[in-house]
Design a protein around this ligand. Structure first.
Ligand SMILES: NC(=O)c1ccc[n+]([C@@H]2O[C@H](COP(=O)([O-])OP(=O)(O)OC[C@H]3O[C@@H](n4cnc5c(N)ncnc54)[C@H](OP(=O)(O)O)[C@@H]3O)[C@@H](O)[C@H]2O)c1
Length: 276
């Protein structure tokens, strides 16, 4: 089987559980082991949305995946089940990324289940929007704790524990470039991802670990549930004439995780269909 046809079969089988057996046999075909066999990934906030699509995609690329969630245990278990039906390996673990001890335990679980950590996607995030004059302390503090301190907790643990040659990716947002009214505090947390990743890239480069921030545009998840007029504006600003699907972002993350993606390092990568 050629490399291209094997990849096509793996991608198709990941999407259709009935083809799980075909995928497993493609992975096991003599002389064509998955380049990611024996490698493990942690995706924070992967019970739904972009994180869930990323967990499924990395699993279809051969990674054993640790699915993380805050409250939606059922959704996380469903993601694990989908991965297993497609012939992959996954576990689900609850952890609030705002809690450094919980993040440590999340990494422990991945090491215990799969022997190490090779890819970390710091994806968990929330979006609270309001004019600054009306922004409450509670909404501000919760978003900072999740998006900024949470991602710092995850990146710090990743810096300590990702194996040589690994990948670290944090979710930023195209909205940080737009300075939209009501988005100031959210955009500040997303702008911070570029700074954290830029410095970390220099700190771990000696171990051939690449670190990048990825900035989606409007993407079809619960986080981006907006009134129809705002949706129309978003679609009109995207040359492709549609907003992103979670799989669009997962594909871009997977590209950074490829061996061929190694030279993309210390960057803010926009994945937004041309939205600016
Ligand atoms: N959607 C967009 O348009 C868009 C655009 C640019 C950037 N982004 C960024 O992409 C990332 C994912 O967004 P999304 O749209 O996929 O969001 P989403 O659909 O709302 O999903 C959020 C995920 O994060 C988890 N989560 C929330 N708080 C957490 C915490 N404290 N600890 C651990 N997990 C937590 C949720 O878990 P539960 O299910 O358990 O609640 C869920 O799995 C975010 O960082 C977001 O800022 C999104």
């Amino acid at each position: 089987m050629t490399h291209t046809s094997r990849r096509a079969l793996l991608a198709l089988a990941a999407a259709v559980p009935a083809l799980a057996a075909a995928r497993a046999s493609a992975q096991d075909a003599p002389g064509s082991p998955s380049p990611n066999a024996g490698r493990a990934a942690i995706v924070t906030g992967s019970s739904r949305g972009i994180g869930a699509a990323t967990a499924r995609r990395l699993a279809s690329d051969g990674y054993a995946v640790t699915v993380n969630y805050l409250t939606n245990a059922d959704l996380a278990a469903q993601v694990v089940q989908e991965i297993e039906w497609a012939g992959g390996r996954a576990i689900a673990r609850q952890a609030d990324v705002a809690d450094p001890a919980a993040v440590g335990a999340l990494f422990d679980a991945c090491v215990q289940a799969f022997g190490g950590v090779d890819v970390v996607v710091s994806n968990a995030g929330i979006m609270n929007t309001a004019p600054i004059a009306q922004f409450t302390d509670e909404a501000f503090d919760r978003m900072m704790a999740t998006n900024l301190k949470g991602s710092f907790n995850v990146l710090r643990e990743a810096a300590r524990r990702v194996r040589d040659g690994g990948r670290i990716i944090a979710l930023s947002s195209t909205s940080m470039t737009q300075k939209r009214a009501t988005h100031g505090p959210y955009a500040a947390t997303k702008s911070a991802q570029e700074m954290l990743c830029g410095s970390l890239a220099k700190e771990v480069a000696g171990r051939r670990i690449s670190v990048n921030a990825i900035a989606p545009g409007p993407t079809n998840t619960e986080l981006f549930r907006v009134p129809p007029a705002v949706m129309q504006q978003a679609v009109a600003a995207i040359p492709y004439g549609r907003i992103g699907e979670p799989e669009d972002i997962a594909n871009a993350i997977a590209a950074l995780c490829e061996a061929d993606g190694e030279w993309i390092n210390g960057q803010l990568v926009f994945a937004n269909g041309g939205f600016f």
